[in-house]
Design a protein around this ligand. Structure first.
Ligand SMILES: [Zn+2]
Length: 427
């Protein structure tokens, strides 16, 4: 039976972290079979969009049910591509408006000020998601958002984009764009992280660490959790615990800590099948690049392509997703992707959405229990890695991604940057 969140008290929960669309609380109350060892993931809404004062402005039914398909999507679709040992347990939980308001009253002060000014928990939701608490019950946990781990194949790229897109990866182009727009900067390249080469892996981890440290922990590609709370570089207490965990030293020199962090995780990631799996899924599902997909769409739906890629395409049902997975596991790999067939358009669109799910997910790395008893981390096989945030993507995003792709390439071409990213599968 679906549990009710009202079986717990709002004060049984502690704020953990939040992303653009969701906010996460961890259960700290008395032992409860359903809730102990779990986090509660709630949807947020932008301030002003939700008429909280008005009475129950009913949400569109399709949006209302969003969290239900998300759980079903992981259970029925993602689990056929990712072994269960790398997935958290997800369960739907029923919400209550008054309970949510009490939760917000108690914990809103724990959220970053800039987040509080832009959005809040959506009180209209009837359902949330309970997930395995991967950052609780462990002194430290690390979250990495790896992003795009491959370069596109040349055959579908236009003469204007081919040189740039086969030399510089999508993430590095985006970083260049964000540096100009928002002043955000990092030297992290996902192709190093996905390279299976230990020197490059270590470089990627070092760059993630520097980006985290120099941005005051505001970049979302690396996060540390200490005693179930997100840690920032200016938090001495957490930094001491992290330093002791990775180096046995007291927190003295950020550079030493960066070295030990990168060493410990290089081994763990090199030994794990998780990153190769994500890279393969991203790469094989996005086999046309958004440009090739767009050309195929224009060819197949000539009257509609002016409205943007996928604009008139309905979102797949769970049955269609299930069919697609069967195709992916069988015929898909023998299709001639260099000259894609119009009859496969819908499957190519779905493949691209699924690729986006794996481009946008995070991994949580936590020390295994036996590794905690020793003072210094034994780098070999002492971490568990779990993939999280595998949300179902919607067709109406395709047009925005197509536009963003163009913007990023044009910006990159006009910038002085000439970063060379090496895709180890293609090198
Ligand atoms: Zn790159």
């Amino acid at each position: 039976m679906t549990p009710w969140v009202t079986e717990t008290k709002p004060e049984d929960w502690a704020y953990v972290s939040e992303g653009g669309a969701t906010i996460v609380f961890s259960y700290r109350g008395p032992h409860n079979v359903q809730f102990s060892g779990h986090v509660l993931r709630l949807r947020k809404v932008t301030l002003g969009e939700s008429s909280d004062a008005s009475n129950d402005a009913p949400l569109d039914a399709t949006i209302e049910e969003l969290d239900d398909p998300m759980v079903a999507f992981q259970e029925n679709i993602v689990s056929k591509l990712v072994p269960s040992e790398f997935l958290p347990r997800l369960v739907v939980v029923l919400l209550d408006r008054e309970w949510l308001k009490l939760l917000v009253e108690l914990h809103d002060g724990d959220r970053p000020a800039e987040r509080r000014q832009t959005d809040h928990v959506d009180f209209h939701r009837k359902k949330g998601v309970l997930a395995t608490d991967l950052i609780g019950g462990t002194p430290i946990a690390i979250e990495i958002k790896p992003k795009w781990g491959f370069l596109p194949t040349e055959c579908h790229l236009s003469p204007e984009t081919v040189a740039v897109k086969t030399a510089t990866c999508r993430f590095c182009m985006h970083t260049c764009f964000r540096a100009k727009q928002e002043g955000v900067c990092t030297t992290y390249c996902p192709l190093d992280l996905f390279s299976r080469d230990e020197v490059r892996l270590r470089r990627a981890l070092g760059a993630l660490w520097s980006g985290w440290y120099e941005s005051g922990g505001s970049l979302n590609n690396l996060r540390f959790f200490v005693s179930s709370r997100m840690a920032k570089p200016d938090d001495d207490h957490s930094m001491k615990i992290l330093a002791r965990f990775f180096t046995t030293d007291e927190w003295t020199n950020p550079a030493n800590f960066q070295e030990s962090f990168a060493s410990a995780l290089t081994q763990a990631l090199a030994d794990s099948p998780v990153l190769p799996l994500l890279s393969t899924l991203q790469r094989t599902l996005d086999v046309l690049d958004v440009e090739g997909l767009s050309k195929l769409y224009a060819r197949t739906s000539p009257g509609l392509s002016g409205d943007g890629l996928g604009s008139s395409v309905p979102d797949p049902s769970m049955e269609e997703w299930d069919d697609f997975i069967k195709v992916y596991h069988s015929d898909y790999h023998s299709w001639d992707h260099a000259s894609p067939s119009p009859e496969h358009l819908r499957h190519y669109l779905m493949a691209y959405l699924l690729s986006a799910t794996f481009k946008d997910c995070s991994i949580i790395i936590r020390p295994r229990q036996q590794a905690l008893s020793i003072t210094r981390v034994d780098p070999a096989r002492s971490f568990d890695i779990t993939i999280i945030d595998m949300d179902i993507k919607s067709m109406d995003r395709l047009g925005k991604w197509e536009k963003l792709d163009r913007t990023l390439v044009e910006h990159y071409k006009s910038s002085a940057s000439q970063r060379r990213c090496i895709d180890s599968e293609r090198a």
